[in-house]
Design a protein around this ligand. Structure first.
Ligand SMILES: [Zn+2]
Length: 493
């Protein structure tokens, strides 16, 4: 897995050191002292076929030179491959299967699969977003098909949508899927309405993040409000965590990202482990800023091992944009979950008691259709940019990240006593007043505007590149009639 490294672009954020640094950090923190090492092995075709067609397996197996690796990615979204990708991807899957097997056979109590390439964006014959095969979806299906597990819950708190996992499991009533993800009213990848809160069935919970910098307290509050009640009703026999740390405080997106401090990951793992003790397995997905992801991985493992964690105080109010989403989620999922229906009633009563207006549900804006169309166009014509998607953080920015993270680490107060919030506490977090409404707007508008502006600048010819879209290729293809010109967003709003 360490040999999976892009040979034609060394700026790739998903790189071998992520795994190595996490591994070394866990050794340093003595978190392996009471751990069992599970040997990873290459997955066989039949195991991968639990979730992907043989045609994809054959394509990946055939990647054998720098040139055909890059060529292969020209109709994929944010994907790089190398000659070692096939072997690495198989070992990642084999490792996930073996650790799940060990948990089901009671040989371990919880676990963490430190693997790469990650998996949660890949589905069917579509590898994308650094992901080749979907490690977590395959492990879930293996548990059901081969180990006799009746119900598996997957909880994905990576910053990006677990779109591959969703597409892999959406028709399987034996799998419950939760995903927290950047949405920004659709102006963020994968630019799809499908990943907004209004899921088509009760087994999927999406927590689309429209605002920036939600905290660990906000995330854990959402666990108490919706994730845990839903999973209690679902009764999973195995929980798989898609553990990406890129929603972490000052991960690579800086202030435009999320603000989950490391111990938040420990608390989320602990809460899931309380629900499914011994059978909660985390699998590494994203996370790109070393100071953030090593600290976060260490806390996650502390949570899984039930060790002392820094105290986490839940906010008296959930931050505006996320609170708006929570209200919408409660309205939407009340149709399937009695406990959520009850909570929604209490929230409505609170509004009346405080003399506030009713929350008006289902009024969300979607900005991403033109962005999606352009990405699809680039893929269709095999003119996807395969290099240099993200600028690397400057040394100065890295220093700032480290400083911010060091600051909160200083405030840690380790304890084994973590109380669950009471119902009145949870209800009080959800007051929907003028302050919450304006906070929701302010938390969401700047980043969505930046993303729309970037797109508009690109189609107007004022900007070099936009992720997988190359300026010169775009202009040239429009000129020679291969590509139709795309319109700026806002014209039809
Ligand atoms: Zn991610």
């Amino acid at each position: 897995m360490l040999a999976h490294e892009c040979q034609y672009d060394k700026t790739m954020a998903e790189c071998p050191k992520r795994m190595k640094l996490i591994y070394e950090r866990l050794i340093n923190d003595k978190l392996f002292d009471n751990a069992v090492k599970i040997e990873a092995r290459e997955a066989e075709d039949a195991e991968i076929r639990l979730n992907h067609p043989q045609s994809l397996i054959d394509e990946i197996t055939a990647l054998n030179s720098k040139e055909n690796c890059e060529e292969y990615c020209k109709d994929k979204e944010i994907l790089w491959t190398c000659e070692n990708t096939n072997e690495a991807a198989r070992v990642a899957i084999g490792g996930c299967i073996e650790i799940v097997k060990a948990a089901i056979e009671n040989k371990i109590h919880n676990g963490f699969a430190i693997v790469r390439p990650p998996g949660h964006h890949s589905y069917g014959k579509v590898p994308q977003g650094y992901c080749i095969f979907n490690n977590v979806a395959i492990a879930a299906k293996y548990a059901i098909e081969q180990l006799g597990v009746a119900r598996v819950a997957i909880v994905d708190f990576d910053y990006h949508a677990g779109n591959g996992t969703f597409q892999s499991v959406k028709d399987d009533p034996r799998i419950h899927f939760t995903s927290f993800h950047a949405h920004h009213h659709g102006s963020f990848w994968p630019f799809s309405r499908e990943y907004d809160y209004a899921t088509r069935d009760e087994n999927t919970l999406f927590v689309p993040l429209n605002g920036t910098m939600n905290t660990e307290g906000d995330f854990v509050s959402i666990f108490h409000h919706v994730v845990l009640p839903m999973l209690k009703q679902f009764q999973p026999e195995l929980i798989l965590i898609s553990a990406g740390f890129d929603a972490g405080y000052y991960d690579s997106m800086m202030e435009f990202g999320q603000g989950v401090k490391a111990h938040g990951y420990g608390h989320m793992a602990r809460l899931l482990s309380d629900l499914c003790p011994g059978r909660t397995i985390a699998v590494l997905e994203g996370g790109y800023q070393p100071y953030n992801y090593t600290e976060s991985a260490s806390m996650l493992v502390r949570g899984l091992q039930n060790l002392a964690l820094p105290r986490l105080v839940l906010p008296s109010r959930i931050s505006g944009a996320l609170l708006e989403t929570l209200w919408n989620i409660l309205y939407h999922h009340s149709q399937w979950y009695p406990q959520l229906r009850q909570r929604l009633e209490l929230l409505k009563q609170q509004q009346v008691k405080l003399g506030l207006q009713e929350f008006v549900p289902h009024q969300t804006v979607f900005l991403g259709q033109q962005m999606r169309n352009m990405y699809d166009d680039m893929k269709k014509h095999r003119i996807v940019r395969t290099r240099e998607w993200f600028p690397e953080l400057s040394p100065e920015m890295m220093k700032l990240c480290k400083k911010n993270i060091d600051e909160y680490i200083k405030q840690y107060e380790f304890t084994l006593q973590h109380e669950y919030p009471t119902e009145p506490q949870l209800i009080a977090q959800c007051v929907w007043d003028e302050a919450a409404r304006s906070q929701a707007f302010l938390q969401a508008a700047p980043f969505a505007s930046v993303l729309v502006q970037e797109f508009n600048d690109f189609v107007a010819g004022h900007r070099e590149n936009m992720m997988i879209c190359d300026r010169e290729l775009y202009v040239e293809s429009v000129k020679n009639g291969t590509l139709k010109a795309h319109e700026a967003i806002g014209r039809n709003l």
